[in-house]
Design a protein around this ligand. Structure first.
Ligand code: ATP
Ligand code: MG
Length: 382
């Protein structure tokens, strides 16, 4: 039965005028007793008065009064019978109406119960179907991520060979090369390195999604890591004539976390800051606050519109603008940063103003608590 039907039946149940029936009987009883009192009073008074007017013989009046009494009893008994009979009929009708309505109410209740039961069964069935579909989707997603992780791993090996042998050729270790050959090899090397970084990004993302990425938690000096990362960008900064300011307020730079992953996050954010800034400066600041490390990388570049901020940390999301089209990139950097920071129990944020610049920041525990991580999270990653 449909819900509508159930609703209609409950409606009928609520509308039953059960309270009105006893009230009718009560009114009827008052009417009967009232009418009897008035009629009897009138009869006694008027008949005595009439007898007094018509008959002068007192004995006759007494005799007639006795018959008048019998007649009164006979008439009132008949009236009483008729009234009681009609009252009993009314009571019978009332009870049968009540019984009918009670039966209707029971029927409505039964239908409602049946509707509820069938609804519960449908909900249960749909929930099971959804759970199955979800589990299927999850396992397909894990399979996809595992496939990507394996494929990326297999692609890296030959690519590293290409990069290695190109390097050997460029160093003239296999014999002297002319300028054109050097130029061509430089292009091979650049493309191979670009492909390698792309494969590394896909590998990282798939490993994280397949929950296969393993962290390596150890004590290390964050200051040294920052110096190392900043140094990597020196040529790019010089080429674009950008100034780089580094502000450290760390006290001791020693922290316990995954050095490689923190450097990777800083590299990604710095590479974006440099890539999307044409003039002005890039600032990297690192602060220790209580037991947390806060790193912020700000730039005076193109900035990001408010409506684009939400999509930034999703994989393959690049904001369509002249600079992102002009520069390399796949739109994976920030999504990897977000996932790595989640794994390291930290948080990442961004503040940006279109055409004025952006500031990406992240915060992490200075001493990563290994015991709170899953066993697979802190062994060495291959
Ligand atoms: N500092 C920034 N200033 C302006 N836009 C930025 C900045 N950082 C990121 N974005 C925008 O966010 C998008 C996503 O960044 P993300 O680092 O994920 O990808 P990408 O740099 O384009 O490619 P990849 O990092 O994979 O090489 C960029 O394409 C760019 O549009
Ligand atoms: Mg990037």
């Amino acid at each position: 039965m449909s819900n509508d039907a159930a609703r209609i039946n409950t409606g009928t149940l609520a509308d039953q005028p059960e309270a009105g029936l006893p009230l009718n009987l009560h009114h009827r009883a008052i009417f009967i007793v009232g009418s009897y009192a008035v009629l009897a009073g009138l009869y006694i008074t008027l008949s005595d008065h009439l007898l007094g007017l018509l008959i002068k013989d007192k004995n006759m009046i007494v005799t007639l009064s006795v018959y008048k009494g019998y007649a009164f009893i006979a008439v009132t008994a008949t009236l009483l019978y008729l009234m009681l009979d009609s009252t009993f009929k009314l009571i019978r009708t009332t009870f049968s109406e009540l019984e009918k309505k009670e039966a209707e109410r029971r029927q409505a209740e039964r239908l409602l119960r049946e509707a509820n039961e069938s609804l519960e069964k449908t909900v249960e069935m749909r929930t099971h179907a959804l759970q199955d579909a979800l589990e299927e989707a999850r396992s397909a997603d894990r399979l996809k991520s595992a496939f990507l992780a394996t494929m990326s791993h297999e692609l890296r090996t030959p690519l590293n060979s290409i990069i290695g042998f190109t390097g050997i050729l460029r160093q003239n270790l296999a014999g002297p090369l002319n300028d054109e050959q050097q130029k061509q090899l430089a292009m091979i090397s650049k493309s191979a390195n670009h492909l390698l970084s792309l494969i590394n990004d896909v590998l990282d993302l798939s490993k994280i999604e397949a929950r296969q990425l393993q962290l390596s938690i150890e004590p290390f000096d964050l200051k040294t890591s920052i110096e190392k990362v900043v140094k990597t960008f020196s040529p790019m900064l010089a080429e674009k004539q950008l100034e780089l300011a580094v502000k450290l307020s760390l006290g001791s730079g020693m922290i316990v976390s995954d050095q490689r992953r923190i450097e990777q996050i800083m590299m990604n954010l710095l590479s974006n800051a440099v890539k999307f800034t044409e003039k002005g400066k890039v600032t990297l600041s690192a602060t220790r606050k209580d037991d947390r490390i806060i790193v912020e990388i700000s730039d005076t570049g193109i900035g990001i519109r408010k409506e684009d901020i939400d999509t930034l940390f999703k994989p393959f999301s690049q904001i369509e603008n002249q600079l992102s089209r002009r520069f390399d990139g796949t739109g994976l950097g920030l999504s990897i940063c977000k996932r790595l920071i989640d794994l390291l129990k930290g948080k990442i944020w961004v503040e940006s103003e279109w055409n004025r610049g952006s500031c990406f920041g992240f915060e992490l525990p200075a001493n990563q608590d290994i015991s709170s991580m899953k066993p697979s999270d802190h062994s060495n990653d291959s």
